[in-house]
Design a protein around this ligand. Structure first.
Ligand SMILES: [Zn+2]
Length: 175
């Protein structure tokens, strides 16, 4: 396993190096930053990170702090429920922090690292009304509540984009 020597400094200014797994200094710095105690921190003066990497380190740190806060809030919620108290306020705070955490992790592309934790993007494919059939291009169901091209023209498509793709493909195929 590839490792990097990462400089750290303690509160009294004592420098040392830690051997950390990582293909780059940034990767190793990210890993060790989450494991350092309060008394020791990365020695930024010796770690030549780019502005973007410094930003990402900061975001990752904030994410860890939010996760810790969430953990306490969940524990408080369990206590409150056991004591028969309302958890409405705790739940509101948990929701706020969860959204913040998601946004932060998305901003540094971290969400994709955890398959299964990815929140699906809201689909623009509307599913109101009755099912009228299937898109000839993408094979998704088409519903009467959504805007779709006139099926009298060339058949049914879920949207104009799919019809454009269909037209393009049909032009390419030999007659
Ligand atoms: Zn379609």
């Amino acid at each position: 396993m590839e490792t990097r020597l990462i400089p750290v400094i303690d509160a009294s200014g004592y420098r040392s190096y830690m051997e950390v797994p990582g293909k780059t200094f940034f990767e190793a710095a990210c890993l060790i930053d989450g494991l350092l105690s309060e008394a020791v921190r990365l020695d930024m003066s010796l770690l030549h990170l780019t502005e973007q990497e410094l930003h990402e380190l900061g975001v990752r740190k904030e994410c860890r702090q939010i996760r810790t806060q969430l953990l306490y809030l969940y524990q408080d919620s369990i206590d409150a429920l056991n004591d028969g108290h309302s958890i409405q306020q705790l739940r509101t705070r948990i929701d706020e922090l969860t959204v913040r955490l998601y946004e932060l992790e998305e901003s540094i592309g971290k969400n994709e690292e955890y398959e299964g934790l990815i929140v699906p993007r809201p689909s623009t494919h509307r599913i109101t009304g009755e099912k009228v059939g299937q898109c000839q291009q993408c094979e998704r169901a088409v519903y009467s509540g959504q805007k779709y091209p006139d099926p009298e023209e060339e058949g049914l498509f879920c949207n104009y984009h799919c019809r454009t793709l269909y037209r393009r493909n049909n032009k390419k195929s030999p007659l």
